[in-house]
Design a protein around this ligand. Structure first.
Ligand code: AMP
Length: 215
């Protein structure tokens, strides 16, 4: 089972991907997480990606495709994967089709998490992540036990630079212009596309997602 978690920034793709990883052993592949790891490690790729990320712009397709190819190659013995934040452009979607055809691991379904702009701005404003392990919390819907401290590793929580209001607006524009057409691409193809309302408690969204995937 290989699923694409689709939706605007802040729709809950990462949270739902984490839950699917726990309950269904689907490996979560998040290009945003992979990039943030590269930034933290100070690799040349991370240094190049950072300026795009901080500005709310997309990292060039070639960079992302190199990263995803490496990661998909590691999924051989696994039950399947969920993709969070990829593909985000039409060239990425087409390249993914070619890679997965070669691997004989087609996408089983696309799940579109639908959330309105007002909720997105509020959610991203309340998002805190761990500088050490990358765990994500939300002060409104999923707060850490101790304010400002990661439940998992005890490190301090920080807000992402790209979650600042001005950058969030840019990310929403980029989503509409460059990423939304990817959904139309899938709608025209053979992979089932399901829309789930993401404006609900995490558990309810997960319940619907699992039901939709037949899990
Ligand atoms: P995310 O955590 O998915 O919101 O991604 C954070 C940032 O990483 C995005 O705003 C982009 O700058 C970059 N990024 C993540 N995934 C991609 C992708 N598939 N294509 C281009 N840029 C990406």
């Amino acid at each position: 089972m290989n699923v694409i978690l689709f939706g605007p920034p802040g729709a809950g793709k990462g949270t739902q991907g984490d839950l699917l990883a726990k309950s269904a052993e689907l490996r979560k592949i998040s290009t945003g997480d992979l990039l943030r790891e590269a930034v933290r490690d100070g690799t040349p790729l991370g240094q190049e990606a950072k300026r795009y990320m901080d500005a709310g712009e997309l990292v060039p397709d070639q960079v992302i495709l190199g990263l995803i190819k490496e990661t998909l190659a590691e999924t051989g013995g696994q039950k399947g994967f969920s993709l969070d934040g990829f593909p985000r452009t039409l060239p990425q979607a087409r390249a993914l089709d070619v890679m997965l055809a070669e691997m004989k691991r087609p996408i089983s379904a696309v799940a579109m998490l639908d959330v309105n702009d007002e909720s997105i701005v509020k959610r991203l404003g309340g998002r805190w992540s761990c500088q050490q392990c990358g765990a994500v919390y939300n002060q409104f819907s999923d707060p850490p036990k101790k304010t400002g401290i990661c439940d998992k590793c005890g490190y301090g929580l920080v807000q992402r630079k790209d979650d600042e209001p001005g950058t969030v607006q840019r990310r929403l524009d980029v989503y509409r212009q460059q990423t939304a057409p990817v959904l139309e691409y899938y709608r025209k193809g053979v992979t089932p596309v399901h829309t789930i309302s993401g404006d609900r408690p995490i558990e309810e969204v997960q319940f619907d997602l699992r039901r939709m995937l037949g899990l």
